[in-house]
Design a protein around this ligand. Structure first.
Ligand SMILES: [Zn+2]
Length: 164
């Protein structure tokens, strides 16, 4: 598990209740580029306790010149911001996305519109996924999958840990 998997979980926990923000955070975590980049630029703030974190969304607009990213990556960030603000009157060009990212974006838009369960029912996501948060587990090691599962269920035993 990377530190960004834990961060994604903290962000999702903090956003619970807003479909638009939940969907935006899932999209950024799943896409992979933006959590490290937003963290690098200082736009992810820790909450009062360490189980919480928040993205400075206005900062993602005003700090655009500081970001490193391709046009396709910037499209994903713009779409995430639009989901949070429920405002699609922004310059989007989804044709710049490859097929994989187009499916992620469609899933996130469906999530923002009707909630996670409804988005999931549309069957847009591919591959092995976490049953709780729909993150892709493709190419994760057994140890990483266990560490991820323990984010959702801290009470379960870590079967990969050596017993003493
Ligand atoms: Zn999960």
């Amino acid at each position: 598990m990377t530190c960004y998997d834990r961060l994604a979980h903290q962000l999702a926990t903090t956003a619970s209740g807003s479909w638009g923000e939940e969907a935006a955070l899932w999209l950024l975590a799943e896409h992979g580029h933006w959590l490290p980049e937003l963290h690098r630029v200082g736009l992810i703030m820790d909450g009062p306790d360490h189980d919480q974190a928040r993205i400075n969304w206005p900062g993602t607009e005003s700090s655009q010149d500081d970001f490193i990213g391709t046009n396709s990556e910037h499209q994903v960030l713009s779409i995430a911001r639009a989901l949070v603000h429920q405002n699609f009157r922004v310059g989007l060009n989804p044709s710049e996305l490859d097929e994989e990212n187009r499916l992620l974006v469609l899933h996130a838009i469906a999530w923002a519109a009707g909630g996670r369960a409804w988005a999931k029912s549309l069957g847009l996501l591919r591959g092995l996924r976490c049953g709780t948060c729909d993150r892709s587990l493709k190419s994760w090691s057994g140890k990483d999958v266990m560490a991820h599962t323990r984010l959702h269920r801290p009470d379960i035993e870590d079967a990969t840990r050596e017993s003493v």
